[in-house]
Structures are given as C-alpha cells and as structure tokens.
Design a protein around this ligand. Sequence first.
Ligand SMILES: *Cc1c(COP(=O)(O)O)cnc(C)c1O
Length: 364
Amino acid sequence: MNSNTLNFSGGPGALPDTVLEQTRQAIAALPETGISVLGMSHRSEWFRALLDEAEHNLRALLGLSDDYAITFMQGGSSLQFAMIPMNFAGKGFAPPEYVISGYWSKRATSEAAKVWETRVAWDGADSGYRRLPALDRLGIDHSTAFLHYVSNETVEGLQFPAYEEKAPVPLIADMSSDFLSASFQADRYSMIYAHAQKNLGPSGVTVAVIKRSLLDRIPDGLPAILDFRTHVAHGSNYNTPPVFAIYVLTLVTRWLRFDIGGLQAMQSINERKARRLYETLDELGDAVTIHADRQWRSQMNVAFTFGDPRLDDAFVSVAREQGIVGLEGHRSIGGLRASLYNAVTEQAVEVLTGALAEFCRERV
Ligand SMILES: *Cc1c(COP(=O)(O)O)cnc(C)c1O
C-alpha cells in the first residue's frame, strides 16, 4: 500500500485510487475533449454538462427534491460562516442560535457574531468539548432565524447522530467533515454545506444545499457574490468556478454511486472502519485516551493521545515508516487524529490498527 492509500489526514483527505488515476489522465487530456481539464473553459458545453452531472449525482445520493437548490461555491466553509447570517438572519426573526461543540462551530459562531446579533444555544467548553447536546432539547426560541451546528467536529472527533425528526426551527448544518459518509434525511435541513476537501474531493469547492423557500429571505443589496441567489440563478457559473475541483468532485460522486453503491453502502463500510479502530484503541486500555466521550465518538475523525507528546510523536514516526501519514492532531488540541474519510479503505485501517497494537507492545 502506498501513502495515498494510507493517508489519515484531517483534510485535505484521501481520495479513491480510481479517482486519482482518472484525474492523472484528465490533467494530461480529458478523454471527452482531448485537452487538459486545467485548460477547459467554464463556458464550455463540457463544463455545463459536468455541473449538471455533479448536481444530479448529489440529488440521487441524497434523495433530494427540487425544493432544494444545490450550488458549488468557492471560499470554503469559512465563507459560509459569514454568508449564512448575511443572507438568512433578520427579516423579523429572532437572532440565529448557534451550538458551540468544538473548534469549527466556535469559528462559525464568532464569524456570525460579526455580521448579526446571535445567540449561543449551547456551549460544550465546560466539558472540554468531549460531549454533545441533544439538539431537540435545547429549548430555543421557535421564532429564531435558524439553528446552526456542526454535524461532525473534525478536530475533537465528536459527531451528532443524524437529525431524524421534523425540526421545529430551520436547521443549518456545516457537514464539511461527514457529508456523504452515511445515509441521512437531507430534507430535515433548511441548508447543508460542506467543502470538498474532507470527503468529496480536493479543496477549492464547497457544496451548498439550500431549501429554495429560504432564498426568499435574502435581503436586497448584498454584493452579488455574497448573495446565494446569484449562485443559484447562474447555475454555479456566475464568475469563473473552480473547474478542476468540480471535476474531481464529480468523479467522487460517480464513485460513490456506482462503485460503492450509494450512501447506505458507504455507511456500512465507514461503520466497520470506525468500529475496528475504536475497538483496537479500547483494547489498549489506559495506554490511550480518546478525546470524545463514548456516546459521541465520531465515525470520521478519531482523536486520541498516548498522554505524552513524546509518545505521540514517536508513533507518528513509526507509522510513517510503514507509509502511514496524516496522524498529527489538530494544532489546537495536539495529540493524534486518524481521519477515516470515505476514501480510506478497510485495509488501510487494518494497517493502522496493526501498527498501533505493535507500538503499544513495544513502547508503551
Ligand atoms: C475543515 C473544516 C472547516 C474549514 O473549512 P475551510 O474550507 O478551510 O474554510 C469548517 N468546518 C468544518 C466542520 C471543518 O471540518
């Protein structure tokens, strides 16, 4: 196995071998057009068809009706942090409510607070961001503009269960690190956004799924590029979009639909991967500490530590000798993190669990 296969990075993350192979060819020349994907015009028929396919594949994977618009944008999830309150707060609603459950939701909340008055529905700081609240028991004002949360806290390794009920207020979720990793009811949400670089492709493109009725709230006078209606009206081709990133994302959606067989199948694979790794870590007992409380453990990002930075660093080095990369924890909490994004295979997890067990036998 090579290091592309053994890439456990928190993001940009691993991509499927078949996608990397097709991308290699497309950089030389796309089979359909004979020229490099990097030189394809965003006004070409080829690109229009690509955007349509990307959208179609996402609709098929999510079972989404035309009540939702799907757009491909730039600026990453961080731009969404600012755009969402600009577009969807106000107009007679109570201030938007934000759940702070870790590093990324804290960032989303502080950015929103620069744009509009916001409320904090819950903050997990007291627990050191090791647990999550029950979203349906937050007791928030039903006239709020929306409730924002991060479905999977990438840094701390905490994940909310998918929201199953009909939400009493408009729900907006940053799904950057678990979008398309499992099947869920997308129509429970008013908006979902996810940049590509964790589960969907390379960095440079962000998917926003927006209930069309929410677009009616947008105030006039926003700069065009910051107004979601612009991107919807221009079919994600208002200014030059990231053609290359959208190309790779489309390959990933094809892979998910036709190689993996959809989100239910992806979910089963991801559940097995996470179970295997957590079981291994649990068997190591006191030698390791998993950051998340058991109930909230993420299927995507496993944050843990040997409790001593020297041991953590030693494991990173030992693992690298076997081709395993990307295990360093996020700079905000340190320690180790194994990200099990869609393209990380069960075989790769086997290699990692083997390396962990061996390291503990010999060093801890
Ligand atoms: C990585 C990450 C972000 C940051 O996204 P950018 O595209 O770098 O702005 C935001 N939210 C979550 C949940 C993330 O995992």
